[in-house]
Design a protein around this ligand. Structure first.
Ligand code: ZN
Length: 81
């Protein structure tokens, strides 16, 4: 049986909430595990680097809002690097 963690070290299994999304019952973080971790092709289903950078900025550079990008990539997209 596969068990997913939320990435925050809550130590609990994620709950499946539908649509490929899983939610951590402890911290409430929702992650779409149905998608591959890395995608080279831009198929329009993943958050763009620029959208991610905007959100990252608005969240005060919270590492939980990097959406799979690195800090350097996001800062570069914001023109602050
Ligand atoms: Zn959690």
């Amino acid at each position: 049986m596969v068990s997913y963690g939320c990435g925050k070290g809550c130590g609990v299994d994620m709950e499946y909430i539908g649509n490929g999304d899983w939610k951590c019952p402890t911290c409430g973080r929702v992650i779409a595990f149905g998608e591959p971790d890395e995608e080279d092709d831009d198929n329009g289903e993943t958050l763009s680097l620029w959208d991610a950078a905007d959100i990252y900025l608005s969240r005060g550079f919270d590492e939980d809002y990097r959406f799979g990008y690195t800090h350097e990539e996001l800062m570069k997209a914001l023109g602050k690097w």
